[in-house]
Write a new protein. Structure first.
Length: 210
């Protein structure tokens, strides 16, 4: 089995027929996703991807931790959207306190409240089409698509409506997106009120929290 898995790892970014048990047996820290009996093993991310992912994870974590909103995790963490069918490993995920019961100690059983994917050249179609469709269908409340490719460099924010479909969200006049998935926007509306809040300070805003 070890040699078989090693051979499969050499075939990165190509769908490989594989049982869920074999997917779970992949070496620790392998970036891979399992969908309908096929596994995609990802190439190591490039420096731009890792820099952005690290920055966003840190920034979101500081905000969520300060306001005690839930849990933020970065890949590799399995998010099993449909048992026996779809297991994804988003670049970043956030789960609100009221949904922390979805963690079973090994994985997230069900959707995160927020998923962030940083686009790589080889992931464009997967992130923009298949994951977009799956995340909306199976309950991910908000999906951020960060595209750092030359000539792109965009952030697209999708929010799930009552019909279970994503709607693109435009920033306000100051270029600020209002996030729905954590029940308020805090520093995103100018800060929370305290002069030395580390989260608002890092965003260049006066803290308005009392």
């Amino acid at each position: 089995m070890t040699h078989e898995i090693a051979d499969r790892i050499d075939r990165r970014e190509q769908p490989i027929a594989m049982s869920y048990a074999a997917y779970l047996a992949l070496p620790e820290l392998t970036r891979a996703e399992w969908v309908d009996g096929e596994t995609i093993i990802f190439m190591p991310p490039n420096i731009v991807h890792q820099t952005l992912t690290t920055f966003l994870t840190t920034f979101i974590y500081l905000y969520v931790d300060f306001f005690k909103l839930g849990k933020v995790l970065a890949a590799p963490v399995e998010m099993r959207l449909v048992k026996g069918h779809i297991s994804r490993e988003p670049d970043i995920l956030f789960v609100q306190h009221e949904h922390l019961h979805r963690f079973d100690g090994l994985r997230l059983e069900g959707p995160a409240d927020l998923v962030v994917e940083v686009v790589s050249p080889e992931s464009v179609q997967r992130d923009q089409e298949r994951k977009y469709s799956e995340y909306a269908q199976y309950g991910v409340s908000e999906y951020w698509l960060v595209d750092p490719r030359p000539g792109k460099q965009t952030l697209t924010v999708y929010q799930r409506n009552a019909a279970g479909q994503y709607e693109g969200t435009a920033p306000d006049g100051q270029g600020v997106f209002i996030r729905r998935c954590w029940g308020g926007s805090g520093w995103m509306e100018g800060g929370c009120g305290r002069s030395r809040c580390r989260v608002c300070y890092s965003a260049g805003r006066r803290c308005r929290r009392r």
